[in-house]
Structure formats: structure tokens, C-alpha cells
Design a protein around this ligand. Structure first.
Ligand SMILES: NC(=O)c1ccc[n+]([C@@H]2O[C@H](COP(=O)([O-])OP(=O)(O)OC[C@H]3O[C@@H](n4cnc5c(N)ncnc54)[C@H](OP(=O)(O)O)[C@@H]3O)[C@@H](O)[C@H]2O)c1
Length: 276
């Protein structure tokens, strides 16, 4: 239920910690997934220009009974559009496609190897704020060095990056906590890899819960972390949102901490140096 949702405060804003990711859900299935996610209780929806599903995400918002004001909607501008005029144009296209007058969070989706170009896009986020296109702005897939440079250029509130039990990113998390921001964990379920894990299976059995619920609870017990699990199957959307009636013990939490093996799933050629 919405009432149980954990909320994160950041720079004067509030975001529901448990969101819904839509990568690779397309067409009518995507409209229905977003409508259903909102019915289940999710109030934080993640899309991107690159996902080619903004129209369907917008239709899902429209078809749901949920108030637009209650929904935290994120989109991202792709890294071929970082030049200021392209960035603004792509944001305007995004709003038109989503059929909304603003998004809650607008992100630079990826840096490029050209730092000057990347930071110019960060500066352009100010123009998007000024035009009312977004309530808040942020970045995705930025390392700590780029984050340090970015906070001097725009009032960014978020870094969306890969984070799950097999990939710990402590320096990234410390950075957002020290700057009144939040980190959104993408691939929170390691794209399904967690479901075969024996250690997680045993914790799930202790609670009579699913492995997905255990992993999402591990995130929810951390400060300033939002997560956006994707689920194309309705039963997965329901199960992933039924996480409000139990807690992991300190020992169970530590057992999950031990699963880190720096396993990174998303690492395209244009990624920044994650160690910086
Ligand atoms: N900023 C970026 O560069 C970036 C990169 C990657 C992803 N993202 C965002 O993060 C979101 C999540 O990442 P992701 O989609 O890559 O991976 P994910 O959320 O870690 O995993 C999704 C996979 O887990 C399965 N799953 C979900 N709940 C389940 C459950 N309860 N039981 C069994 N299987 C379950 C899904 O199956 P079904 O679909 O069959 O239900 C799907 O195969 C994306 O959708 C996107 O919005 C952002």
C-alpha cells in the first residue's frame, strides 16, 4: 500500500524509495505494466528517451487512477544529445511523448569520454529547471570525480547507477549521503541473477518471503537509496511491492553484504572509469 512506502528526503524534495523500472518493456505491455504498477502502489516510475517507451509510459499514467502529483516520474536524455540545443530539444520531445508538462527528475543518462561535453550537459540541466521541464535534475552512470565536478555546475539531486548485492559501490553512496542527494540503484535484482543464490534462498526461507523481497528489503534498510526493479510479469510487480511487513536481522543484512564480488552487468565502451 502507498501508505507504507518508504520515502527519501533530498534537497527539499521527496522520492518514494521503491520505484518501477521500464527498460525493455514496450508497446501495450508497457502501458499496462505502468498502469498496473500504479494500481499496486508504486509511485516512482523510471523511463528514458533510449527505452523508446515514453509514449506508452505516459499512456499508463493516464489510464491509472493515481494523481499525477503523487507520482515521481524520471526520464533520461541519451548521450548523443549532450550539446545544449540538442539536450533541450530532446527534453521537449520527451515531455511531448510522455504527454506531461514536466518530469519530476531529468537525468543525463550517460557521460561520454568527452568530459567537456558531458559537463556542458550538466550545466544545461539548469536551463531545463528554469523552463519548468523538470522539478529536479540529476545524472546517471557518473563516477565520483564527475559527481564532484557536476555539483559545482547544477543542483543535481541523484546519481542513478548499477547497484545490487553482487556490486557494492560504497564511495558513490557516501558521496550522495554527504551532499543531501540520493542514489537510485538500477539492476537492483542483478537482472535476475539473485534468484539462483543459495545464501539469499536461505534468508528468504527464514522469513517465508521471495528472494526478490529479501534483496529489496536489503536496499530499503539503507539510507538514501532508491531502487527501480523491472518486472514485466504482473505477479513479480505485486510480489516486489509486498515488502513492508518484515525486517532483516543485523546478521542477515551482513550475510548479504558478504555477497559483493564487484560483478558489473552494464559496462558499455563509453563508461567512465568506475574506480575514479
Ligand atoms: N541508468 C541506466 O543506465 C540504467 C541501466 C539499466 C537499467 N536501468 C533502469 O533500471 C531498471 C531495472 O534494471 P533491469 O531491468 O536491467 O534489471 P532488474 O530490475 O535487476 O531485473 C529485472 C529482471 O528480474 C526479473 N524479476 C523481477 N522481479 C522478479 C521476481 N519477483 N521474481 C523473479 N524474477 C523477477 C524480471 O523478470 P520479468 O520481467 O519477467 O518480470 C527481469 O528479468 C530498468 O528497467 C531501467 O528502468 C537504468
Amino acid at each position: 500500500m502507498v501508505e507504507n512506502q518508504k520515502k527519501l528526503n533530498f534537497k527539499g524534495g521527496v522520492v518514494p524509495a521503491l520505484g518501477f523500472g521500464t527498460y525493455d518493456i514496450r508497446g501495450k505491455e508497457c502501458t499496462e505494466a505502468v498502469r498496473h504498477a500504479l494500481e499496486v502502489g508504486y509511485r516512482h516510475i523510471d523511463t528514458a528517451r533510449f527505452y523508446d517507451n515514453e509514449h506508452e509510459v505516459g499512456q499508463g499514467l493516464k489510464q491509472s487512477q493515481a494523481d499525477r502529483d503523487e507520482i515521481f516520474l524520471t526520464t533520461k536524455i541519451w548521450n548523443t544529445e549532450l550539446a545544449p540545443h540538442k539536450f533541450i530539444k530532446s527534453t521537449e520531445e520527451s515531455l511531448r511523448t510522455l504527454k506531461v508538462d514536466h518530469v519530476d527528475l531529468l537525468l543525463v543518462h550517460w557521460p561520454t569520454k568527452d568530459e567537456r561535453e558531458t559537463l556542458l550537459a550538466v550545466e544545461t540541466l539548469n536551463d531545463c529547471l528554469q523552463k519548468g521541464y523538470a522539478k529536479y535534475v540529476g545524472v546517471s552512470n557518473f563516477n565520483v570525480t564527475l559527481m564532484e565536478k557536476s555539483v559545482a555546475l547544477a543542483p543535481i539531486v541523484c546519481n542513478q547507477t548499477e547497484y545490487h548485492p553482487y556490486l557494492h559501490i560504497d564511495r558513490f553512496i557516501d558521496f550522495v549521503r554527504n551532499h543531501d542527494m540520493f542514489l537510485t540503484a538500477y539492476c537492483p535484482l542483478a537482472q535476475g541473477a539473485v534468484f539462483k543464490d543459495e545464501a539469499l534462498k536461505s534468508i528468504a526461507a527464514n522469513h517465508g518471503k521471495s528472494i526478490g523481497q529479501i534483496v529489496l528489503k536489503w536496499f530499503l534498510q539503507q539510507d538514501q537509496i532508491a531502487m527501480i526493479p523491472k518486472a514485466s510479469k504482473p505477479e513479480h510487480r505485486i510480489s516486489n511491492y509486498a515488502v513492508w511487513d518484515f525486517e532483516l536481522s543485523a546478521e542477515e543484512y551482513e550475510d548479504i553484504q558478504k555477497l559483493d564480488r564487484q560483478y558489473r552487468i552494464i559496462n558499455p565502451g563509453w563508461s567512465c572509469d568506475w574506480s575514479k
